[in-house]
Design a binder for this molecule. Sequence first.
Ligand code: AGP
Length: 629
Amino acid sequence: MCGIVGYVGKKNALPILLEGIKHLEYRGYDSSGLVIGVHSNLKNTDIFFDKSVGKVSNLEAKVKKSIRPKLNKITKFNSQIGICHSRWATHGIPSEENAHPHFDCNKEIYIVHNGIIENYAVLKAELIKSGHKFSSETDSEVIAHLIEEEKKKLKGRVRIEKAVKNALQKIKGTYGLAIFDVNEPEKLIAARNFSPLLIGIGKGEYFLASDATAILKRTRKVVYLEDNDLAVLTPRGYKIVGLFKRASKRTPQIIDWNMEKMKKGEFAHFMLKEIYEQPESISDSIRGRIDYKNNKPVLGGLQLIKKDLKNIKRVIISGMGTAYYAGLLTKDYIEELAKISAVAEPASEFHHRKQIYSKDSDLFLCFSQSGETADTLSALCDAKSHGVLSLGIVNVVGSSISRTTDAGVYQHIGPEIGVASTKAFTSQVVIGALLAVLLGLEHKTLFSHEAKSILDEIKKLPLKIGKILEDSDKIKQVANNFQKYNNFLFLGRKYNFPTALEGALKLKEVSYVHAEGMSSGEMKHGPIAMIDSTFPCIMIIPKDSVYEKNISNAEEIKARSGPIIAIATEGDNTINKISNETIFIPKTLEIFTPILATVVLQLFAYHFAVARGCDVDKPRNLAKSVTVE
Ligand code: AGP
C-alpha cells in the first residue's frame, strides 16, 4: 500500500503535500518523493522535484534545502500544483531511483502510483524497443512512458487526459494514480482501479488522497473515486469520466471521523483491520501469479532459478513464530504435492546445529513478514555459506532477508502494523502452496488436473474467508463465554497441527493467557492428564482424512469434562453433539482448511484479548520485528 497526495489551487502546494503524506505513512514508507509545478503570471511553469529513501521526514529535510528557497522566491503565481507519494515497495528495492514520482523521457509527465501493474514487463519491453529509456526497476514507471507514447500518437491539440485514457486501456492490474503534465500546468489527472483514491473539495482548490487522513485538516468534503474512473482536477473544479463507460454520478460526502479512526477505518484496532483485509491480501498475493489457462503458478521472482528447482531433492524450511508455522504447513504441501522431502525447523534452533547439507540438491526456504528477523537471517546465512540455493517468502521489499536470498516471492500485502501477524500468515501459506504446485509440476509428481483443482480452490479462498468474517460476532460471543479460563489447549492433526500452533500463539501474544498448540494424537501420551472442567480445548476438526481420529480425541476430552470449542466444516452435525461451542468454516480442499480455521482463531484471540482489556496492537513485551537473536 502506498500513499498518494495531490493538490491544485492558489496556495503553496509544498506544505499541503508534506503534511498530507505524513498522515499516510501508516500505509508504508520506504521512500517518498514529490513534484510541484508553479504556474506563474509569465505563463511559464517552474518545476520542482525531489525524492528520498526512508521516512517522509528525510524527504522534508531534503526539500527544505533544495526546493523551499526557490519556491519562496516565486511570490506571484496563478496556481500551484503538486503530487507526492510515500512508497511501499512491490517491484524494485527502496531507493531514490525507484521512489515516485516517475517521469517520461522528456521529464514532462509525472506520475505517482499505488498498486501493481501485472503486464508491466511486456509493456516495458515494447517501450524500450521504441526508444524509451527507463531510470527505475519499478512497474509504475511504465505508466509515465506509456502516456508519453500515447500523447505522441494523438494529433492536434493534445489533452493529457485523452493520452492517459488510451494508456490505461493497455494496462492490466491495479492502480490509484495521480498524473501531472507540465504542458497543462493547471490540470491534475487521477485514475483508480482497485487502489483507493478520493478527491477533496476545497474553495478554489482541490485535493487527491489515498484516504482522507491526508487532507482532513484542509477539507472534510470528499468524493470517492470508483474503479475505472478518470478524473480531471483544476483550480476551477473537477470532472469524473469513465475509462470504459460513463462514470456514475457522484455526490460529495462529509467526513465526520477523527484522524486516528481514519487510519484504522471502521476498525477499533489494526489487528482487526488486517484480519478483515485477508480476502484482499490473499487476492494481492496471488495476483498475476496463476496461469489459469495452463493450470500452473507463475512466480516471476523464481524465473532466474527455475532450472535449478528441477534438481531439488530436499527442501529445508525455516522462520520464526507465525512465519515458522507457515513454513511448517508448506513442508506438508511440498511433501504431499511435489513428493519432495522437506524438513522444517525454527530458525533459533536451526543455526545452533551442525546442519548436514547437500549443496547441489538442497533448497533452503525461509518465511518472514518483516524480512529482518535476526534468527531467520542467521539461519539463511548459514545455509548460503554452504552453497545451498535459498528462497525467501517475504513481505517487506528490499529487507535484509529478501536481499540475501538467491530468489524469492514478495507477499504484496502492504504493511502489517499489528504486532500479531495475521494477514501475513495466510498470504505466506497461499504462496507456499503455489510453490509446492510449481515444484510438483516441475518434478512431474503432480498432474495438471490436480494442479487445476488446487489453483481453482485458491481463487475461491478470499470469498470463503469473507464468509468466516461475517461470523465475527458469533466468535466474539464464544470468546466472551470463555473469559473465565486461563489455560487453553489447541489441538489439530496433519495439516492442522501447524494451525493449532498458530492459534495458540495468537491467543498467547495478545491476551497473555497460557495456550499450547499440539497434535491431537499427543493427548493420550500425557497432556490429557491436565484435562478437567477448568481446562478447555480448542479443536480444529474439519471433515478431512483424520476426522474420525479427531472425533475420538474430542470424546476422550468430553469424557473428562473438558470444555471444547470446535472449528468444524459447515454441515457437520456430529461434532456439535460433543463440543460446547462449534464455529463452522466453509467446505474447502483439506490442504486449505488451515487457512480458513486460522481466520477463526485470529478472531477468537482478538475478541478474547479485547474482552480482557489488552492492547492487541501493541502487546506487552513484544516488538513487530525481532531483529536480535
Ligand atoms: C506472530 O504473531 C509474532 N508477531 C511473531 O511470532 C512473528 O511471526 C515472528 O517474530 C516472525 O516475524 P517475521 O515474519 O517478521 O520474520
